[in-house]
Design a protein around this ligand. Structure first.
Ligand SMILES: Cc1cc2nc3c(=O)[nH]c(=O)nc-3n(C[C@H](O)[C@H](O)[C@H](O)COP(=O)(O)OP(=O)(O)OC[C@H]3O[C@@H](n4cnc5c(N)ncnc54)[C@H](O)[C@@H]3O)c2cc1C
Length: 312
């Protein structure tokens, strides 16, 4: 950006691109591929809301039922730490020493976990090791995110004080983009809900990965207080419940979702090929289309791998 769009003339453009790349794509703007971001942003479907009414839990419940109906078993709370393999034979060994055997394995862990150093919680070791795949995984970008949910005792942003302040009614407000420490917020519009969701993405989220929940709450109240010209204590009194979801410091997630770094296609190509028809990688980070970093991306990748295995 500095190189292609230098100086004061482009300062605003640079600022808005950097904010969007880190805020929405949760990427490190210094590392992200400008072409990939351009491709994604140009295919944005502005205005349409795809929010699932019962949340993504409804989708997972459907998949779980389908899996069980087809004879599958789902084992929860069981972290794999070692994959021993040879062509046509895999042993997956979990933290508690349980071993599962199969002819093939699909590695569907988040990219953040696959990039974690050996020995870190959640990290998985391959025996024999996969140096090429490992290098390809390390070359891919994985974003950082902290999400905050805040429920208030009323929809204060729809009251008269805020309307006067904004000079218009905020009853249909969807997103708030600001320069505050927690910069992005959204409502549940078109529903009139008392919940506001806060979002801190990219390098700023990585920097605050070890910040305590109390401090994130404090920053959230301060940010909203500034945005709505209110007293933080007044807002705190109105708070009914809150949750801070720090995806970046969770050992089995270690971030948000992938973003394209420069020259990433070789890595993706390699990882989209099986290792001797035995080890298959699947996940949102292996998706090639324009809906990167989404559930759709993960489902597309998973379906593709399932089809590859069926065709063996
Ligand atoms: C805050 C946030 C908001 C998002 N919002 C949206 C949205 O609005 N719309 C959208 O489409 N997408 C959204 N996404 C992206 C979406 O959640 C991901 O793209 C999708 O979940 C990726 O699916 P996946 O199967 O590749 O990986 P995951 O869903 O991350 O699944 C990987 C699984 O592997 C498990 N795992 C990790 N380590 C181990 C181990 N050692 N052993 C066994 N299991 C392990 C993890 O616990 C996890 O269950 C959001 C992501 C975040 C973080």
């Amino acid at each position: 950006m500095e190189l292609e769009f230098p100086g004061n003339t482009y300062a605003e453009l640079r600022n808005s691109v950097e904010k969007f790349a880190s805020g929405y794509d949760t990427a490190d703007p210094l590392n992200a591929s400008a072409f990939a971001l351009r491709k994604e942003w140009q295919s944005e479907d502005d205005g349409t809301q795809y929010r699932i009414k019962d949340g993504y839990g409804a989708l997972i419940a459907y998949l779980e039922e389908e899996c069980k109906a087809a004879g599958g078993a789902i084992v929860f709370n069981s972290a794999v730490r070692l994959i021993k393999w040879q062509q046509g034979k895999v042993q997956a060994i979990t933290d508690d020493g349980t071993m599962y055997e199969a002819e093939q394995v699909i590695i569907a862990m988040p990219l953040g976990v696959l990039k974690a150093a050996e020995g870190e919680k959640g990290a998985v070791t391959f025996d024999p090791s996969l140096p090429e795949q490992s290098k390809a995984l390390q070359a891919m970008g994985f974003g950082a995110i902290i999400k905050i949910l805040m429920e208030f005792d009323d929809i204060f942003w729809e009251d008269q004080y805020t309307e006067q302040l904004a000079g218009k009614s905020l009853k249909t407000m969807g997103f708030i983009l600001s320069d505050q420490p927690i910069p992005t917020w959204w409502t549940q519009a078109p529903e009139h809900s008392t919940v506001l969701t806060g979002w801190l993405g990219g390098p700023a989220a990585l920097e605050k990965k070890d910040t305590t929940e109390e401090d994130i709450l404090r920053l959230s109240l301060q940010s909203l207080a500034k945005i709505f010209s209110r007293d933080p204590l007044w807002l705190k009194d109105k708070l009914v419940a809150f949750a801070v979801v720090n995806w970046t410091n969770k050992p089995y997630t270690r971030g948000s979702y992938a973003y394209d770094t420069v020259n990433i296609s070789a890595s993706r190509q390699l990882l989209n090929q099986s290792v001797h028809n035995t080890i298959f990688f699947a996940g949102e980070y292996l998706y090639e289309g324009t809906a990167m970093g989404t559930v759709e991306a993960a489902l597309t990748s998973g379906k593709g791998v399932a089809e590859q295995i069926i065709d063996l």
